[in-house]
Design a protein around this ligand. Structure first.
Ligand code: PRP
Length: 484
């Protein structure tokens, strides 16, 4: 067993080395580099100053009560993707603000993945809290290959590094707020979560980067390849693994994006099937090349984005729509009897549905409209309200009226926005529900029609700004060359 000084190092030399590194890291903490780069330098220098095999900075995600590996040094990929770190089970006392030292990681019950730690060759570890104005925002951890008693100098050094790491996080958050304030029309509200400021250095495919941007736009938290799932073993050796591209923690959903040729999808589907068998609790969605192109086309992007289209056939005729709208109006009138709901529509798709619906409600209703920014619009980095409600909705019975719910990202954002304004009740009435394409689950109380995964236009719905004035809902198809 070693103490922390190692062979031939005196205590004085050792402390001097710590001072030297702290001085370097203090400069690093307030540097203009990205948060990832700053923390990565901290992890590397800390690991080396401690003569340890690895170091990582973990950030606490309060919503899921998980610790997320922001950066790490000296740990293998498979160890980092071993599974989620439950903040209460993984050296949980760190969250109470305590320094936790572990002499034997293979047997100490405070270590969540003991067997993995052993395989990684971790004998001892120490975890120091990262504090930001009284709250614990994460942990700094150091791992050693040999069993080690951490000295008071080690702990003092790590506590100082953790303080600097927290300063770096806050510095990055302030820089973001400043940038948001400088941008035209921006609505800076709260600092972004620290983990959102950590971005993968490189995506393995441009489509992944685009998808990440889309999620950012709708303020949906994501993690890139945070976990690998073993699928096949040879004895106790893992023979096959599957690492989904994204994990969306608020939705507890993994997304695998595959832009590969349709023929190759079979292999991926096999892996997904296996994953579902082995890990039935895991919620995963596969977005194929076709799904992905359709998603982009919705925002005017991708190979289909600007395609010439024709109305191929009528999906819902004008009388069919009118009949259903009458039924919806009747249902709302019954459910809200004695009350005066406020109908809120999101422009522009709702321009036909809203007036027809309100004329079929036999109650005193009022209406208001909102408009929100659009992903295809290069001017904005994230979704925001470009036309807000005219008056307060506190204490009112609100019904959100939508023409279509597709991925659910628009509605998810708007519902959060409205719920924070304390309405007495908040429900959704949508004419169309394209459920097969849902990414974010949103509660829909009134649904006109469930529609298949087709481009639909008419009765307010557009394709690149056209077709809104059709009295029916039709399916458009891109011209054959562009449809591939
Ligand atoms: C449509 C529709 C919804 C949104 C639903 O609006 O009106 O608001 O898409 O899609 P989602 O569930 O994938 O978020 P669009 O952005 O086309 O603008 P528009 O209403 O002006 O046509």
């Amino acid at each position: 067993m070693l103490n922390s000084f190692g062979e031939g190092t005196t205590m004085g030399q050792h402390v001097a080395a710590y001072y030297q590194v702290l001085q370097e890291l203090a400069t690093e903490a307030v540097s203009g580099d990205t948060l990832r780069d700053t923390l990565a330098t901290m992890a590397k220098k800390t690991a080396s100053a401690m003569k340890s095999s690895g170091c990582s900075v973990l950030l606490f995600d309060a919503a899921s009560r998980r610790l997320l590996h922001a950066v790490s040094h000296g740990l293998s990929d498979w160890y980092l993707r071993k599974g989620f770190l439950d903040a209460d089970k993984s050296l949980g006392d760190t969250l109470e603000g305590k320094v936790v030292t572990v002499l034997d990681a293979a047997t100490d019950p405070r270590v969540q993945y003991r067997e993995m730690a052993q395989r990684q060759g971790i004998a001892s570890m120490v975890s120091v809290p990262l504090r930001q104005r009284g709250s614990i925002i994460g942990a700094l951890r150091v791992y050693t290959r040999e069993h080690r008693h951490f000295s008071t100098d080690d702990i003092a050094f790590l506590t100082a590094v953790a303080g600097l790491a927290a300063v770096a996080v806050e510095n990055a958050q302030l820089r973001e707020l400043e940038a948001a304030r400088d941008a035209m029309f921006s609505q800076p509200d709260v600092p972004r979560l620290a983990q959102d400021l950590i971005r993968p250095i490189s995506f393995s495919h441009p489509s992944e980067e685009e998808f990440a941007r889309l999620l950012d736009f709708y303020k949906i938290q994501w993690m890139y390849e945070p976990r690998s799932f073993p699928l096949e073993w040879d004895g106790d050796k893992v023979k096959e693994m599957f690492t989904p591209d994204f994990y969306l923690p608020e939705l507890d959903l993994y997304v695998e994006l595959t832009t590969m040729k349709q023929e190759l999808i079979r292999e991926k589907t096999r892996k997904l099937r296996r994953l579902k068998e082995l890990y039935p609790e895991v919620n995963i969605k596969l977005l194929t090349k076709r799904d992905y192109h359709r998603l982009l086309a919705k925002y005017g992007y991708g190979p289909l984005g600007r395609a010439e289209v024709n109305v191929e056939r009528i999906l819902l005729s004008a009388p069919q729509i009118q009949r259903r709208v009458r039924q919806l109006g009747k249902a709302i009138s019954g459910d809200y009897a004695g009350r005066s709901p406020l109908l809120i529509g999101i422009l522009k798709g709702v321009v036909c549905f809203m007036p027809d619906l309100m004329r079929n409600i036999s109650l005193p209703v009022s209406v208001d409209f909102m408009a929100i920014s659009y992903y295809g619009d290069q001017e904005t980095e994230s979704v925001r309200i470009i036309k807000d409600l005219d008056r307060s909705i506190a204490g009112l019975d609100v019904i959100m009226v939508e023409d279509i719910v597709d991925t659910g990202m628009t509605l998810n954002y708007v519902l959060h926005y409205l719920a924070a304004r304390n309405p007495a009740s908040l429900e959704v009435c949508t004419l169309l529900d394209k459920r097969v394409r849902r990414l974010v689950d949103v509660p829909l109380k009134y649904i006109g029609f469930e529609v298949p995964d087709e481009f639909v236009v008419g009765y307010g719905l557009d394709y690149n700004g056209e077709f809104r004035n059709l009295p029916f809902i039709g399916i458009v198809t891109p011209s054959p060359t562009e449809a591939k």
